[in-house]
Design a protein around this ligand. Structure first.
Ligand code: SF4
Length: 218
Protein backbone atom coordinates (compact mmCIF):
# COMPACT_ATOMS: atom_id res chain seq x y z
CA UNK A 1 0.00 0.00 0.00
CA UNK A 2 1.41 3.42 -0.90
CA UNK A 3 1.69 6.15 1.70
CA UNK A 4 -1.12 8.06 -0.01
CA UNK A 5 -3.33 4.94 0.17
CA UNK A 6 -2.52 4.64 3.88
CA UNK A 7 -3.58 8.23 4.40
CA UNK A 8 -6.82 7.59 2.53
CA UNK A 9 -7.46 4.45 4.61
CA UNK A 10 -7.04 6.43 7.84
CA UNK A 11 -9.53 9.01 6.63
CA UNK A 12 -12.66 7.28 5.36
CA UNK A 13 -15.43 9.39 3.80
CA UNK A 14 -17.33 11.43 6.37
CA UNK A 15 -14.52 11.44 8.99
CA UNK A 16 -11.97 13.98 10.23
CA UNK A 17 -8.58 13.93 11.95
CA UNK A 18 -6.52 16.55 13.75
CA UNK A 19 -2.90 16.69 12.67
CA UNK A 20 -0.98 19.41 14.48
CA UNK A 21 -2.84 22.64 13.76
CA UNK A 22 -4.57 21.07 10.77
CA UNK A 23 -7.99 19.56 10.51
CA UNK A 24 -8.08 16.92 7.82
CA UNK A 25 -11.41 15.70 6.59
CA UNK A 26 -12.83 13.43 3.94
CA UNK A 27 -16.01 14.74 2.47
CA UNK A 28 -18.99 12.50 1.80
CA UNK A 29 -18.09 12.40 -1.91
CA UNK A 30 -14.61 11.06 -1.03
CA UNK A 31 -12.69 14.30 -1.65
CA UNK A 32 -10.02 15.35 0.86
CA UNK A 33 -9.90 18.70 2.62
CA UNK A 34 -7.47 20.40 5.02
CA UNK A 35 -7.81 23.69 6.88
CA UNK A 36 -6.63 25.23 10.15
CA UNK A 37 -8.25 23.39 13.05
CA UNK A 38 -9.48 26.70 14.49
CA UNK A 39 -11.47 27.15 11.26
CA UNK A 40 -13.15 23.76 11.65
CA UNK A 41 -16.60 25.28 12.05
CA UNK A 42 -16.19 28.12 9.57
CA UNK A 43 -18.85 27.65 6.91
CA UNK A 44 -17.59 30.03 4.21
CA UNK A 45 -15.17 32.81 3.41
CA UNK A 46 -12.03 30.68 3.53
CA UNK A 47 -9.49 31.26 0.77
CA UNK A 48 -9.07 28.22 -1.48
CA UNK A 49 -5.44 27.16 -1.94
CA UNK A 50 -4.90 24.63 -4.68
CA UNK A 51 -1.18 24.10 -5.01
CA UNK A 52 1.66 22.62 -3.00
CA UNK A 53 3.74 25.70 -3.71
CA UNK A 54 1.16 28.11 -2.34
CA UNK A 55 0.73 25.99 0.79
CA UNK A 56 4.49 25.95 1.29
CA UNK A 57 4.46 29.75 1.06
CA UNK A 58 1.57 29.92 3.53
CA UNK A 59 3.53 27.87 6.08
CA UNK A 60 6.59 30.13 5.87
CA UNK A 61 5.14 32.93 7.97
CA UNK A 62 2.71 33.37 10.83
CA UNK A 63 -0.37 35.59 10.97
CA UNK A 64 1.80 38.62 11.85
CA UNK A 65 4.13 37.99 8.92
CA UNK A 66 6.93 36.61 11.11
CA UNK A 67 9.13 33.88 9.59
CA UNK A 68 8.46 30.37 10.91
CA UNK A 69 11.83 28.58 10.74
CA UNK A 70 10.44 25.59 12.65
CA UNK A 71 7.56 24.22 10.62
CA UNK A 72 5.98 22.52 13.61
CA UNK A 73 5.95 25.62 15.80
CA UNK A 74 2.43 26.79 16.67
CA UNK A 75 1.22 29.81 14.69
CA UNK A 76 0.07 28.47 11.33
CA UNK A 77 -2.10 31.04 9.56
CA UNK A 78 -5.86 30.64 9.52
CA UNK A 79 -8.43 31.56 6.88
CA UNK A 80 -7.74 29.05 4.09
CA UNK A 81 -8.74 25.59 2.91
CA UNK A 82 -7.38 23.15 0.37
CA UNK A 83 -9.36 20.39 -1.33
CA UNK A 84 -8.53 17.65 -3.78
CA UNK A 85 -9.87 14.28 -4.87
CA UNK A 86 -6.40 12.75 -5.30
CA UNK A 87 -4.80 11.09 -2.25
CA UNK A 88 -1.27 11.60 -3.60
CA UNK A 89 -1.87 15.28 -4.16
CA UNK A 90 -3.44 15.56 -0.69
CA UNK A 91 -0.37 13.99 0.89
CA UNK A 92 1.89 16.37 -1.05
CA UNK A 93 -0.16 19.31 0.24
CA UNK A 94 0.15 18.07 3.84
CA UNK A 95 3.89 17.68 3.31
CA UNK A 96 4.04 21.32 2.21
CA UNK A 97 2.93 22.27 5.73
CA UNK A 98 4.41 19.46 7.83
CA UNK A 99 7.19 17.97 5.70
CA UNK A 100 7.47 14.18 5.97
CA UNK A 101 5.43 13.95 9.13
CA UNK A 102 2.65 11.70 7.91
CA UNK A 103 5.31 9.34 6.55
CA UNK A 104 7.12 9.47 9.91
CA UNK A 105 3.95 8.57 11.79
CA UNK A 106 3.08 5.74 9.40
CA UNK A 107 6.59 4.25 9.72
CA UNK A 108 6.67 4.67 13.50
CA UNK A 109 3.24 3.07 13.91
CA UNK A 110 4.57 0.00 12.05
CA UNK A 111 7.72 -0.13 14.20
CA UNK A 112 9.91 0.92 11.28
CA UNK A 113 11.19 4.20 12.69
CA UNK A 114 12.94 3.65 16.01
CA UNK A 115 13.57 6.86 17.97
CA UNK A 116 17.18 8.05 18.19
CA UNK A 117 18.40 8.92 21.70
CA UNK A 118 19.48 12.55 22.09
CA UNK A 119 23.03 11.57 23.09
CA UNK A 120 23.47 9.60 19.86
CA UNK A 121 22.34 12.59 17.81
CA UNK A 122 24.64 14.93 19.72
CA UNK A 123 27.50 12.43 19.52
CA UNK A 124 27.36 12.51 15.71
CA UNK A 125 27.96 16.25 15.53
CA UNK A 126 31.17 17.54 14.07
CA UNK A 127 33.08 20.82 14.03
CA UNK A 128 31.77 23.53 16.30
CA UNK A 129 28.67 21.45 17.12
CA UNK A 130 30.71 18.75 18.91
CA UNK A 131 30.45 20.86 22.04
CA UNK A 132 26.70 20.14 22.10
CA UNK A 133 27.39 16.63 23.39
CA UNK A 134 28.86 17.96 26.63
CA UNK A 135 25.48 18.94 28.09
CA UNK A 136 24.43 17.10 31.22
CA UNK A 137 21.00 15.55 31.82
CA UNK A 138 19.65 18.66 33.56
CA UNK A 139 20.55 20.73 30.50
CA UNK A 140 18.94 18.15 28.21
CA UNK A 141 15.74 18.37 30.26
CA UNK A 142 15.91 22.14 30.09
CA UNK A 143 16.28 21.95 26.30
CA UNK A 144 13.17 19.80 26.05
CA UNK A 145 11.23 22.08 28.32
CA UNK A 146 12.23 25.43 26.85
CA UNK A 147 12.56 24.58 23.16
CA UNK A 148 10.38 21.55 22.48
CA UNK A 149 7.55 21.75 25.01
CA UNK A 150 7.23 25.53 24.80
CA UNK A 151 7.65 26.07 21.06
CA UNK A 152 6.92 22.93 19.07
CA UNK A 153 3.84 20.81 18.50
CA UNK A 154 5.69 17.55 17.91
CA UNK A 155 5.51 14.77 20.47
CA UNK A 156 8.93 13.58 21.50
CA UNK A 157 9.60 9.88 21.18
CA UNK A 158 13.39 10.05 21.70
CA UNK A 159 14.94 9.36 25.09
CA UNK A 160 17.93 11.32 26.36
CA UNK A 161 20.36 8.44 26.97
CA UNK A 162 20.89 5.19 25.07
CA UNK A 163 19.69 3.11 28.00
CA UNK A 164 16.56 5.15 28.74
CA UNK A 165 13.23 3.67 27.67
CA UNK A 166 11.71 5.48 24.68
CA UNK A 167 8.22 6.83 25.22
CA UNK A 168 5.57 4.97 23.24
CA UNK A 169 3.31 7.38 21.41
CA UNK A 170 -0.10 6.24 20.31
CA UNK A 171 -2.71 7.98 18.18
CA UNK A 172 -5.77 9.05 20.12
CA UNK A 173 -9.08 8.71 18.34
CA UNK A 174 -9.45 11.55 15.86
CA UNK A 175 -5.77 12.55 16.03
CA UNK A 176 -2.62 11.83 14.10
CA UNK A 177 0.46 12.64 16.19
CA UNK A 178 3.11 15.02 14.91
CA UNK A 179 6.02 12.90 15.91
CA UNK A 180 9.64 13.72 16.75
CA UNK A 181 11.84 10.63 16.61
CA UNK A 182 15.15 12.47 16.50
CA UNK A 183 16.24 15.85 17.84
CA UNK A 184 16.27 18.49 15.10
CA UNK A 185 18.96 20.99 14.18
CA UNK A 186 17.35 23.62 16.41
CA UNK A 187 17.72 21.29 19.39
CA UNK A 188 21.37 20.56 18.53
CA UNK A 189 22.02 24.26 18.26
CA UNK A 190 20.31 24.93 21.60
CA UNK A 191 22.36 22.14 23.22
CA UNK A 192 25.52 23.84 21.97
CA UNK A 193 24.41 27.17 23.42
CA UNK A 194 23.74 25.55 26.81
CA UNK A 195 27.10 23.80 26.69
CA UNK A 196 28.86 27.06 25.83
CA UNK A 197 27.27 28.86 28.77
CA UNK A 198 28.15 25.99 31.12
CA UNK A 199 31.74 26.02 29.88
CA UNK A 200 32.15 29.75 30.35
CA UNK A 201 30.61 29.56 33.85
CA UNK A 202 32.95 26.74 34.83
CA UNK A 203 35.92 28.56 33.29
CA UNK A 204 34.93 31.70 35.20
CA UNK A 205 34.68 29.84 38.49
CA UNK A 206 38.09 28.20 37.87
CA UNK A 207 39.62 31.62 37.31
CA UNK A 208 37.91 32.98 40.43
CA UNK A 209 39.12 30.13 42.65
CA UNK A 210 42.65 30.46 41.20
CA UNK A 211 42.56 34.17 42.03
CA UNK A 212 41.32 33.39 45.55
CA UNK A 213 44.14 30.93 46.15
CA UNK A 214 46.85 33.38 44.99
CA UNK A 215 48.74 34.39 48.14
CA UNK A 216 48.75 38.07 48.88
CA UNK A 217 52.03 39.88 49.38
CA UNK A 218 52.70 40.51 53.04
S1 SF4 B 1 13.67 18.36 18.75
FE1 SF4 B 1 11.68 17.74 17.89
S2 SF4 B 1 10.19 18.43 19.41
FE2 SF4 B 1 12.10 19.55 19.78
S3 SF4 B 1 11.95 21.44 18.62
FE3 SF4 B 1 13.00 19.96 17.32
S4 SF4 B 1 11.37 19.02 16.11
FE4 SF4 B 1 10.37 20.03 17.84
Amino acid sequence: MSLADELAARLPAGTALEFGELRLSRLDDGRFEARHRDDADTAGGLEGIDSVRDLRDLAKSDADGGYRPLKTAPGLKRGWRTETGCPREFLARLDAIYPGLFAAWAAYAKGELPPVPLRRTLGRQTGMYRLANTIDDAMAERLRRELCDAGCLRQIAWPIDEGDPAETITAETGHLPLLCTEACTFAVSRARELAKVARSVSHGSRVTSAEKSTPHDP
